[in-house]
Design a protein around this ligand. Structure first.
Ligand code: PMV
Length: 343
């Protein structure tokens, strides 16, 4: 990551800093905290790998209380010290290397090293991606350490540069990530959708929490390069974002649920149709889908979405929690419910 375009992107964002010397710390420790988020309309495909710009926009719901907490400080040294969930990571660790490369954009000199202590609080039954909350929390922590006082949109730009879906994790509640059109990447950030919906419920169905077989960056690249079906994805994604956004504003649960499930299955169809094929599903994932479809046949309005892994995230209203729980008990799957707008 040594491109001048990326350099200029970071430079431009930091021009809005309240600190006239944005790479000089204003306090000994910076603190950040951010929630995980689940895309209701997915991001799949990069148009620019250098600046991490998406081909299509996306819409999400954050799950407050589940996410990442990060402390950061600087010291004189040649190597960062990174701890994840209380364990110090070896320098060659994949996660540590990616984090250090990102932090490289914020070093005052070659002897500025960062000490990062990061903890994920994801529930046992989650299987949720932590890179979104991780990069959002890190950007909040940097903002605190360096006294930038950047706006949420500017923090979203920086988080996006670290991990696309992190652009949405700077917000609680619903968020929309605009894909942007410009080459400099300055119009590709997320904004809050200001709607409170207390009955809106997410159910986490764990199938497997092991690390995914193929990461999202590689998966997207392979899809864009080898999948003919992908041609139709950007148009569908933009239509779905519009419909889901409207459904959130109107609290139209049926449109939201249908569109979100259809969107997730369409994204997975593009993954499956790459070469070599990318299939994140396991037999238990498909069994869980059938439970959802059976519930709907029986008049219980529940939908699902899935990301780059085998776990399902259910979308329902709180009145249907018990019916959903009972149906999943029959296939021995516990569910963890989260109501994003209920403390
Ligand atoms: O931000 P990434 O690189 O972790 O990619 C996220 C991809 C999906 O989770 C599959 C979809 C999304 O919009 O979150």
């Amino acid at each position: 990551m040594s491109s001048s375009r990326a350099q200029s992107f970071i430079h431009t964002v930091l021009q809005n800093s309240a600190n006239p010397a944005p790479l000089s710390i204003v306090k000994p420790n910076g603190h950040g905290q951010a929630p995980v988020n689940i895309a209701l309309s997915k991001y799949w495909g990069k148009r620019d790998a250098e600046l991490n710009l998406p081909i299509n926009g996306s819409v999400s719901i954050s799950l407050p209380g589940l996410g990442t907490t990060t402390q950061i400080s600087v010291f004189e040294g040649n190597e960062d010290w990174i701890s994840l969930n209380g364990k110090t990571l070896p320098a060659g660790d994949k996660f540590a290397k990616r984090l250090s490369a990102f932090l490289g954009w914020f070093r005052k000199s070659s002897t500025t090293a960062f000490k990062v202590d990061t903890t994920n609080s994801v529930p046992t039954a989650a299987g949720l991606a932590s890179s979104a909350s991780g990069y959002a929390a890190l950007v909040f922590a940097l903002d605190d350490l360096f006294g930038w006082q950047l706006s949420k949109s500017q923090l979203s730009l920086l988080a996006r540069f670290g991990s696309g879906s992190a652009s949405r994790s700077v917000y609680d509640g619903f968020a929309i990530w605009h894909k942007g059109d410009s080459d400099n990447g300055l119009d590709s950030f997320a904004e809050e959708i200001n709607v409170t919906w207390p009955e809106f419920t997410i159910g986490l169905v764990k199938v497997d929490t092991q690390e995914k077989s193929i990461g999202s960056t590689l998966g997207m690249q392979q899809t864009v390069e080898t999948c003919d079906l992908y041609q139709s994805w950007p148009q569908q994604a933009e239509r779905d974002i519009h419909n889901i956004h409207q459904a959130i504003l109107n609290k139209d649960f049926t449109t939201l649920g249908k569109t979100a499930e259809h969107n997730a299955l369409s994204m997975h169809a593009t993954m499956i149709a790459t070469w070599p094929p990318i299939v994140y599903w396991q037999p238990e994932s498909v069994a869980a889908m059938h439970v959802v479809w059976q519930l709907r046949e029986n008049g219980v309005e529940v939908y699902f979405t899935m990301d780059a892994g085998p776990n399902l995230k259910l979308i329902l209203l709180d009145t249907d929690k018990q019916a959903v729980l009972n149906a999943f008990k029959e296939i021995n799957r516990p569910i963890e419910f989260i109501q994003p707008f209920k403390g």
